[in-house]
Design a protein around this ligand. Structure first.
Ligand SMILES: NC(=O)c1ccc[n+]([C@@H]2O[C@H](COP(=O)([O-])OP(=O)(O)OC[C@H]3O[C@@H](n4cnc5c(N)ncnc54)[C@H](O)[C@@H]3O)[C@@H](O)[C@H]2O)c1
Length: 459
């Protein structure tokens, strides 16, 4: 991608309807991006089908969900789960009796990891075993799914898989230092990439976050062809990340969270959608804004570009509802702090000389630097401390809004997708939210009163 391609329509669904099938390719967590898309699928009465990544038993063997887990997961999803484990990645696969990649990493120490070498031929065997396991299971999943979709139905495949961090203690310590460490605890993300450990992890990210999308497209070919031959339509979507344009100094400007080590896998994901698109398959990666979820909480500071969404709500002609969002966020701050203070911190960070090199789209994903990590993580910590309760954050409130908006945008866009890779920037997210809440009225007298009583400060 030479430039980010902004998605800029408030499109409405005119393909998917009651009885069509929505397939979630990944598990559902309460705060995750997929919840927004699922809300839309449910709204039009689609049948929901999910998968599971499975669970590991005490010997690391992959097993399906047990009855209790399955019923809880189906309850959360509001649909049927095909209970055949689809854990991706090769971190825990190995030839019988041999060590797994995670075991090999576990032999490394904090002193040795930068010089420790891995046996790439052996790891290739592990990777092939994992691919065979995954694709064999996927074949079975698709056979079950095939029986669940009648001719003439439309099908929406939503890929949500991302991950691949191996559970080796030494790596978890390093990851913590890269994503959360400042001062003496800072760790260079480039040092990780230069090591064999880092190269292994990048391969695993590729497997989980990118190649699973290709497997999904490939192994659903028979379903796609049957559905299309019977007059139905099939769509594939995936969530990407490749920075976001947010309001900086009054105009929308591309920026990114750094260091996003998973960025190489996300670019590969974009490439998979491009190839599929060229083959006539409607597969689109939607590059989404930074939000806080189970998966992204590891990245301290990822929430900083999210907070200017409040500015975008105003700029995109937000009415009473947008005003209320400011108020709701203000109320999460401890006494003595205002949204103006929060925005001052973010503006200072954005304008700092240290951040300048990181606004280069073509250089993405850049390695972190000591000064950039200190500034980003420091700003994040300072804003956290401005909150009344560090467990109820402005970024939680705004993340939920982004999930809602992206669900509507992606679902609407999928009737007539415009291309293989699109960016959902803050402008379109804000426009979607404002348009969806035009008829909104304050929920309770007490809050209405609070809205009246307090001047909303616009930074
Ligand atoms: N959170 C963000 O800021 C952000 C921004 C842009 C894009 N995204 C993307 O959105 C998608 C959903 O992520 P989310 O942030 O909502 O978090 P999430 O934790 O809700 O979702 C992560 C998904 O990855 C799956 N997964 C994790 N490890 C897996 C493995 N080894 N094998 C198979 N599946 C695995 C989980 O089952 C889950 O469906 C991801 O593709 C993510 O990269 C997130």
């Amino acid at each position: 991608m030479e430039n980010p391609i902004a998605f800029n329509r408030l499109a409405e669904n005119n393909v998917f309807r009651k009885g069509d099938v929505f397939v979630l390719f990944g598990e559902l967590f309460g705060r995750g991006y997929a919840t927004g898309l699922l809300d839309e699928a449910r709204r039009v009465g689609m049948e929901i089908v999910g998968i599971t990544v499975g669970r590991r038993d005490e010997n690391n063997a992959l097993r399906p969900l047990n009855a209790e887990e399955l019923s809880a997961a189906e309850g959360r999803l509001g649909g049927k789960i095909i209970n055949i484990p689809l854990m991706a990645g090769f971190d825990l696969d190995a030839p019988a009796g041999g060590p797994t990649a995670t075991d090999l990493l576990a032999n490394m120490t904090l002193e040795s990891w930068q010089d420790d070498r891995l046996d790439w031929d052996y790891l290739e065997q592990c990777r092939n075993i994992a691919t065979e396991r995954f694709t064999n299971s996927l074949k079975q999943v698709m056979a079950v799914l095939d029986g669940m979709i009648a001719d003439g139905r439309n099908v929406f495949f939503a890929h949500t898989m991302a991950g691949g961090i191996p559970k080796a203690k030494v790596f978890l310590v390093i990851a913590n230092r890269i994503y959360k460490g400042r001062g003496a605890r800072h760790m260079s993300s480039q040092a990780l990439l230069d090591s064999d450990m880092g190269k292994l992890i990048l391969q695993n990210f590729d497997e989980v976050s990118a190649i699973t999308f290709r497997h999904l497209i490939d192994f659903s070919t028979a379903i796609r062809q049957r559905i299309e031959a019977s007059g139905g339509q099939v769509r594939y979507t995936a969530y990407g990340y490749h920075g976001t344009a947010v309001l900086i100094d009054g105009s929308y400007r591309w920026q990114t969270y750094t260091n996003y080590t998973q960025g190489y896998a996300k670019m590969r994901l974009e490439g998979i959608a491009q190839e599929a698109w060229e083959a006539g398959i409607k597969a689109t990666v939607y590059n989404c804004p930074e939000i806080r979820t189970n998966s992204s909480d590891v990245f301290t500071g990822i929430e900083l570009p999210l907070i200017p969404l409040l500015l975008a709500l105003k700029k995109e002609n937000g009415g009473q509802w947008a005003e209320y969002q400011w108020q709701a966020c203000q109320q999460l701050l401890a006494d003595g702090f205002t949204m103006k203070d929060v925005f001052q911190k973010i503006t200072d960070m954005q304008a700092n000389e240290v951040m300048r090199p990181f606004y280069d789209f073509s250089a993405w994903p850049m390695a972190n630097s000591q000064a950039q990590s200190d500034l980003t993580i420091g700003t994040s910590n300072e804003i956290t401390q401005m909150h009344r309760d560090s467990k109820v954050m402005i970024s939680d409130h705004l993340s939920a809004l982004v999930v809602e908006a992206t669900g509507q945008l992606i679902f609407g866009a999928s009737s007539e997708p415009s291309g293989p890779v699109q960016w959902l920037n803050h402008d379109i997210v804000a426009r979607r939210l404002n348009a969806s809440h035009l008829q909104w009225e304050p929920p309770a007298p007490s809050i209405a009163q609070a809205t009246k009583d307090t001047q909303v400060e616009v930074a």
